[in-house]
Write a protein that binds this ligand. Structure first.
Ligand SMILES: NC(=O)c1ccc[n+]([C@@H]2O[C@H](COP(=O)([O-])OP(=O)(O)OC[C@H]3O[C@@H](n4cnc5c(N)ncnc54)[C@H](O)[C@@H]3O)[C@@H](O)[C@H]2O)c1
Ligand SMILES: [Zn+2]
Length: 385
């Protein structure tokens, strides 16, 4: 049965070799002051310089907010929003990965509101857009530049929580591969696998629909065929460009449908042990996909037909599905991302808490085609401990 579905996207998206140069002309004439959201790491490698140069050329005043930690908590996000409010800026530019973009998106709806980030945890929809925003991702990536989501840590729950409000969707996006050219391989690999999970989870989600399928499958094609080259060859600008496009498309797929079991069970790993989002997804990718495979075989087979270039013609659905599953495992292995929690010293005594926290992420668990019970979650976590 066809249910209702919708497509929400940023209004203006610029991509290509020199896309960043669009910045100078895209900022509306009524903008008086720009707030640049970024973090210390991005600042130190000079990625904000060209942005600042172009603002100077437009004679626009700006401030730089760089006190954004990786994977911010609710309070850390609020602290930056509070600083932002005092700057009285009327345009937001985020230059960064998901952590930076998520905080910038929160600021865009909390600038003049009486609401706080905490209020949005209870009712995400109360806030409306106050300040227009431009997202320039420097990882490929979370797809946050496309989504209405902002993910913050909630330490008291040992969880990360997604705040979802369409008002947070960016007004402008610039996808320029020069921004991800020098990403350290470890960050490129983890963030690339995050994007790959977005694509394959959305394609096998209970909320899958014609819009999300189109973007998820194209995203999976771009990522599956370019992730290794993009992460391991610093000069592979074309592969990096495709990763950036793929992670944006995967973000659109999230907006139109939703991620599933990998992301649901990954939130406690980020929230409690501060394992980077991409790494915790990489750890759970194979156990969750192996668990799901019996019910998502037809979709894996469909993905095979689309993404495998030198494919064999006479394979069964089972064989195609197995091929995709094995390739997912191979990619994580080649990129040398952790596949277990061993190096993070997570004690077996924490298993009960992990299961309890994971089962709270109902927002995403309901999207998983094979129902994940507490016992299933326990078995999955146990496999990676
Ligand atoms: N809003 C969404 O739709 C969405 C989706 C997935 C994940 N997320 C969230 O995004 C956050 C993770 O974002 P991320 O994976 O992009 O990483 P990140 O933003 O946390 O950045 C990780 C590190 O990489 C560095 N870095 C980023 N770009 C760089 C570059 N080009 N060169 C050198 N260093 C660079 C940063 O300084 C930082 O130290 C998590 O909080 C996660 O929950 C949000
Ligand atoms: Zn993710």
């Amino acid at each position: 049965m066809l249910v209702d579905y919708s497509l929400k996207m940023p209004k203006n998206v610029f991509a290509g070799e020199n896309a960043l140069e669009q910045l100078e002309t895209l900022i509306p004439q009524n903008v008086k002051k720009v707030a640049i959201f970024t973090d210390k790491g991005i600042l130190s490698v000079g990625l904000v310089d060209r942005v600042a140069e172009m603002l100077d050329k437009r004679q626009l005043s700006y401030c730089i907010l760089s006190e954004i930690p990786a994977e911010p908590s609710c309070q850390q996000a609020q602290d930056v929003v509070d600083i932002f409010k005092k700057t009285e800026s009327n345009f937001i530019i985020a230059v960064g990965g998901g952590s930076v973009m998520d905080v910038a998106k929160l600021a865009s709806v909390l600038a003049t509101d009486v609401y706080t980030v905490k209020d949005l945890l209870i009712d995400p929809l109360i806030a409306t857009k106050q300040v227009p925003s431009l997202m320039i991702p420097t990882t490929a990536g979370t797809g946050s530049e496309a989504t209405p989501n902002s993910i913050v840590g909630v330490p008291e729950k040992g969880l990360k929580v997604g705040i979802v409000n369409p008002e947070m969707i960016a007004d402008y996006v610039i996808l320029d591969a020069r921004l991800i050219k020098n990403l350290p391989i470890k960050i490129a690999a983890a963030t690339g696998v995050d994007a790959m999970c977005h694509a394959i989870e959305c394609f096998t989600s209970n909320k899958r629909n014609p819009f999300s399928n189109t973007f998820a499958l194209e995203a999976f094609d771009l990522i599956f065929n370019n992730i290794i080259e993009a992460c391991t060859n610093p000069e592979a600008l074309e592969a990096k460009s495709k990763m950036l496009l793929g992670s944006f498309y995967a973000g659109v797929a999230i907006t139109a449908s939703g991620t599933t079991g990998i992301h649901a069970l990954s939130y406690p790993l980020g929230g409690k042990y501060h394992i980077a989002h991409g790494v915790s997804n990489a750890i759970l990718l194979m156990p969750v996909m192996r668990f799901n495979e019996p019910v998502i075989k037809p979709y894996f087979a469909q993905a095979y037909d689309r993404v495998v270039r030198d494919r064999e013609t006479n394979l069964s659905i089972e064989e195609k599905s197995e091929y995709i599953l094995n390739e997912l495992g191979r990619i994580v292995k080649v990129l040398d991302i952790p596949t277990s929690l061993k190096e993070f010293n997570v004690p077996i005594e924490d298993l009960d808490d992990l299961v309890e926290a994971g089962m709270q992420v109902e927002r995403l668990l309901v999207n998983n085609m094979r129902k994940i019970t507490a016992e299933d979650a326990r078995a999955i976590y146990k496999e990676v401990l």
